[in-house]
Design a binder for this molecule. Sequence first.
Ligand SMILES: *Cc1c(COP(=O)(O)O)cnc(C)c1O
Length: 359
Amino acid sequence: MNIANAAVSLSALQHNLAALRALAPASKVLVVIKANAYGHGMLQVAKCLQQYADGFAVARTNEALTLRQAGINSKLLVLEGFFDEAEALILASNDISTVIHSEQQLIQLETLRLPNPLDTWIKLDTGMHRLGLLPEQFTALMPRIEACHNIQTKPTFISHFACADEIEHPLNRKQIAEFNDLCEGYDVEASLANSAGILLWPDSHKDWNRPGISIYGISPQIDNTGKDLNLLPVMTLQSNLIAVREHPKGETVGYGATWQAEQDTRLGVVAMGYGDGYPRSAPSGTPVWVNGRLVPIVGRVSMDMLCVDLGAKATDSVGDRVVLWGAELPVETVAKAVGTIAYELVTKLTSRVRLSYIK
Ligand SMILES: *Cc1c(COP(=O)(O)O)cnc(C)c1O
């Protein structure tokens, strides 16, 4: 029995990419597969979407190198760019595109000797204030960028939203306007929209869109689910009941004895814990799907197991399938109960959880 596993639907991945393309038909798509494709398996996701995507984005050079070495020949962009000259050399030698977000990176490229110029994406800080060139800095550095022998002519301009998932937030309009201003007058390609940009901000659709979370069928917003956005959940995290126990009123369960039964009931023990990446912070009451209904977690999540209250009249048996999140129970709902975002839940699964791929 392949207990505690995650099934990844390849057809759902393809559906989601097509749905996102339909929302922005004029834009090319760089599918974001950083952090092991948000926990879904970077190589398998890349192979599944290779023929439909215009390229892939990752955060780090080692992620891009893994893709190249596995034979992925799509366009690959490293969103954080390189940190030193050795890394810049790896990018150039493997035909990997880079972001430049600082003058320090530019100085390195001005002095380095690379085998070929880099496809470079100039990161503009339009309000996120994490990485990127501020407008004045951009204006000052652009002549040097255009003159740099290690940068291909016509870099792409890229910026990132801070609050695109919040439809009311005034920063969104400001960032779009700022980005448009900075691009004005340059004959280059541009990229602004992440998932929330694609779904909520049509004005942010530029030459390249960069969907991450939505590709996996998950909403970037906190108050809805992928289903509301015509997306299909890709990952189903599942396990099985390994014990069903009579549990008398007044007795507690688990470490710290944090939960006490208010009446006689039956508890199910599920082979899933924080050693699998299921959050230990999930409080009693967090929903779990068993045999067509939602039941609450009771007591603390432990390393290898968690307990659920099946109810006094439960007929569930050892071996029955349990879904922690997936088609039966949106990961967004679990994230809300836990007080985090679905991005974190899917990304934190550990290597003990076997991923399997379904056509
Ligand atoms: C992670 C990331 C994305 C994807 O964001 P989602 O919200 O997952 O769609 C896009 N662009 C950049 C720069 C990122 O770091």
